[in-house]
Design a protein around this ligand. Structure first.
Ligand code: SF4
Length: 478
């Protein structure tokens, strides 16, 4: 029995899919790259853009055509808007929220598929289907279970309400890499930015117990992982939902930093993404205190204009952001600063856009992920007029790109002909090169074919610097 899984969207979905793989493989399914030979087909969905939703429909139409001649099961999980859930219910066999992943084997069994993991041992030691299967089926939140017209298929739709996300976090992920890993530290979001649908798809913020996060981190470090990223929609509001019963994000960084110092283990710790609203000096102080906490900060700005920020419901002003950056520059002069910016948000005037360009000029970001605004189904701003023509949005995107290059190139220049420590991550498409990045997450191209260095820290001498990257030669293979 083979399975194929398509993961759309952000790093959080990629991280979730690592736990999905654990559960599916625990049922006896084996991964296949070729979806045509899979009998279990799933999508970890993203509702951020209409394009992603269109991809889901295209895929399920294709898969459902196979049902005339083959017995296959399809499922969807991840970020699904309530309105889409009803539509997907008509096309997918199973739809469930990620926090009910542990129940997936039972859903499959209920569906009529017998997998090795769904069987129990009889008194004689033979594998048999468990008795009392349905009573044992603790799906407290099934909201609908119905026979499809014209077929015997059973659809299960499950509501995320009242389900404990902690059980999901307990699943040991089947990590995609053996030297880089994400650790989810929270789920959901309480911020309700007007352009974003995440609070409606993932629900309110829930922090994962700090003990579990630190245990997962120690296990990864013991296995030799070199780059670990704490993941959440608003990592720096970590713990706030527990109202004093959990440590804060800064305290979590201190715990990890102390572990790194005490053990002398060699790894870089990153986190993404923090929100400017919750970015206290204590977080920056914690980053500055420990060698293992990488000196790279990704702090989304979204707009350099206060009126647009208010319209986006970001609940911070440009001046607040400025204060944070000033403190970062004071405490972490060597740090790189990344951001996210949206251009062409509803009603954005030329002057308001200029304020975003000026913000790049002032804060001298190393990288800005600039997105052209498009209404996201389910988000508040989707009800507003998307009134900036695409031509203008594209012009603004290019202008920000040009501004960004100036500052990123200047920053990179200081590393020309210098020795830099990098983590080798893979093979470049262009033959003869390996890919890597610095602690500050500047991409590096190394002149080498030695694949044995993938997953290792090495020292290079930079031979060239470009707008957003370095090239170099290895001087020391650690
Ligand atoms: S902070 Fe805003 S953009 Fe980020 S997930 Fe929450 S609502 Fe979406």
């Amino acid at each position: 029995m083979k399975y194929h899984l398509i993961t759309l969207g952000c790093q959080m979905n990629i991280s979730d899919s690592e736990r999905v793989k654990t559960v599916v493989e625990g049922m006896g399914f084996k991964w296949t790259d070729n979806e045509e030979e899979a009998s279990l087909l799933g999508i970890i969905a993203c509702s951020v853009r209409q394009k992603s939703i269109d991809k889901v429909y295209a895929r399920i139409r294709k898969w459902n055509k196979r049902k005339d001649r083959e017995s296959i099961i399809t499922f969807i999980s991840g970020c699904v808007l309530p309105a889409d859930k009803k539509k997907f219910l008509k096309t997918f066999d199973l739809i469930f929220p990620m926090n009910e992943l542990l129940l997936f084997p039972k859903m499959i069994r209920e569906y009529g598929i017998v997998t090795p993991a769904s069987l129990q041992k009889s008194n004689k030691g033979e594998l048999v289907e468990p008795a009392n299967e349905v009573n044992d089926f603790k799906l407290t939140s099934i909201i609908e279970k119905k026979a499809k017209l014209n077929s015997d298929d059973i659809h299960l739709a499950i509501n995320a309400k009242d389900v404990d996300i902690n059980e999901f976090w307990d699943i040991v992920p089947d990590y995609n890499s053996d030297f880089e890993a994400f650790i989810p530290i929270q789920n959901g979001c309480d911020k309700f930015c007007t352009y974003c649908a995440v609070p409606y798809t993932r629900g309110r913020e829930v922090s994962r117990p700090s003990g579990e996060i630190i245990d997962e981190l120690k296990t990864l470090v013991d296995k030799g992982y070199k780059s670990i990223t704490l993941l959440g929609q608003n990592v720096n509001s970590y713990g706030l939902d527990k109202k004093g019963e959990e440590i804060s994000f800064a305290e979590l960084l201190h715990e990890i930093g102390k572990y790194g110092d005490e053990t002398g283990k060699d790894f870089w710790l990153y986190f993404t993404s923090p929100h400017p609203r919750d970015m206290g000096n204590d977080v920056i102080d914690a980053i500055a205190s420990y060698k293992c906490i990488a000196k790279q900060i990704h702090l989304p700005l979204q707009s350099g204009d206060d009126e647009i920020l208010e319209k986006m419901n970001r609940k911070h002003k440009l001046e607040d952001y400025r204060q944070i950056v000033n403190y970062i520059r004071e405490k972490l002069p060597q740090a790189s600063l990344f951001t996210d910016i949206i251009v062409g948000f509803t009603g954005e005037t030329e002057e308001q856009f200029e304020n975003s360009r000026r913000a790049i000029e002032e804060f001298k970001f190393n990288m800005a992920y600039v997105a052209i605004y498009s209404p996201r189904p389910g988000a508040v701003s989707a009800r507003w007029d998307d009134d900036i023509p695409m031509r203008v949005k594209k012009e603004r995107l290019h202008k920000l790109g040009d501004e960004l290059k100036i500052h990123s190139y200047k920053y990179n220049q200081q590393f020309k002909d210098k020795d830099v420590r990098v983590l080798v991550t893979g093979v470049e498409k262009r033959s003869g090169y390996l890919s890597a990045y610095t602690e500050t997450k500047i991409p590096v191209r190394i002149y080498s074919k030695d694949k044995s260095m993938i997953g290792q820290f090495v020292s290079i001498k930079t031979t060239a610097v470009t707008d957003f990257s370095f090239a170099g030669e290895i001087i020391d293979n650690e």
